[in-house]
Design a protein around this ligand. Structure first.
Ligand SMILES: [Fe+2]
Length: 244
C-alpha cells in the first residue's frame, strides 16, 4: 500500500518544481560567479600586459601614448568589423603591445635621431620577433603573439619578418598595421612635422589594397572620423621618433 495516503496528487509536482527551481537558481549563481571570475582574470591579464607596455615606454619615449592609441584604435576597428568580443579584446591587447619587442633593441639603434644604416635596420627589424617571443609564455595569447610578430607585414607581401601577403596575415595584425601607420603619420618626426589628420587619411586611402588591408582601412577611417568629431583625448603626440 502507498504510505503517503494524505498527499494530494499535486504535492509531488510542487516539491519537484521547487527543487528544480532551486537547482536552476543555484546554476544561475554559479554562472554569475564564473562570469565575475572571468572578468577578474581578464582585468589581471590586461594589467600585466599594460605593465609590459609601460616598461617599453620607460625605455623609448616615442612609444609613450603610441602603444595605447594603437591599442584603442585597433580594438575599435575590430569591433566595427563585427568580430567576436574575445577577438576584439585580443586585438586591442596585441595593439597595445605591438612594439614590446623594442625592449630588446639596443638603445643606440632605438634612440638614434637620424636615419638607420642597413645594419641598424636589420637589428630594428627584429623587434616583431622579439615581441612575439616576450609574450609567448602567455598561452591564452597565442593569437596576440602572432599579431605582434606580423604587425609590419604588408598586404602586398612587401613587409617583414616573414613576407606574408593578403589573408596570410592575421586580420588583427592587418588592423594594427593601419592604426600604427596612421599614428606614425600624425606624429612629429625629426625631419618633418606631423601630417594633418586629413593628409594622413589620404595616405591610408591610397595605400588601401596595396600595402594595407582595404577593409581595415575603411573601418579605421570610419572610426577615426567618428572619434575626431567627438574630439576625444587619445593621448599626447610624441615629437621624438618615427615608427620603425
Ligand atoms: Fe613596430
Amino acid at each position: 500500500m502507498a504510505t503517503r495516503v494524505n498527499a494530494a496528487p499535486g504535492d509531488d509536482l510542487t516539491v519537484a518544481y521547487r527543487r528544480l527551481n532551486a537547482a536552476y537558481q543555484q546554476t544561475l549563481r554559479y554562472a554569475e560567479d564564473v562570469r565575475r571570475l572571468y572578468q577578474q582574470v581578464q582585468r589581471a591579464i590586461y594589467q600585466s600586459l599594460l605593465g609590459l607596455a609601460n616598461a617599453l615606454e620607460a625605455k623609448d619615449a616615442y612609444t609613450r601614448g603610441h602603444s595605447e592609441r594603437v591599442g584603442a584604435w585597433s580594438r575599435g576597428v575590430a569591433a566595427a568589423l563585427g568580430l567576436p568580443p574575445g577577438e576584439v579584446d585580443m586585438i586591442g591587447q596585441a595593439g597595445l603591445l605591438h612594439d614590446i619587442g623594442k625592449i630588446g633593441i639596443p638603445e643606440g639603434v632605438l634612440r638614434k635621431p637620424g636615419a638607420l644604416d642597413p645594419e641598424e635596420w636589420t637589428v630594428m627589424r627584429n623587434h616583431p620577433l622579439i615581441g612575439a617571443q616576450i609574450v609567448a609564455p602567455f598561452d591564452f595569447f597565442t593569437g596576440g603573439a602572432l599579431m605582434i610578430r606580423h604587425h609590419h607585414e604588408r598586404w602586398d607581401g612587401s613587409g617583414y619578418p616573414d613576407g606574408l601577403a593578403g589573408d596570410e596575415i592575421l586580420l588583427g595584425a592587418r588592423i594594427i598595421a593601419v592604426a600604427d601607420v596612421y599614428d606614425a603619420l600624425t606624429s612629429n618626426r625629426p625631419y618633418r612635422a606631423a601630417l594633418s589628420h586629413a593628409t594622413a587619411l589620404e595616405h591610408l586611402t591610397s595605400a588601401a589594397g596595396l600595402t594595407l588591408d582595404e577593409d581595415a582601412v575603411s573601418a579605421f577611417v570610419g572610426l577615426i572620423e567618428a572619434l575626431s568629431t567627438a574630439k576625444p583625448d587619445v593621448g599626447p603626440r610624441s615629437a621624438l621618433r618615427p615608427s620603425r
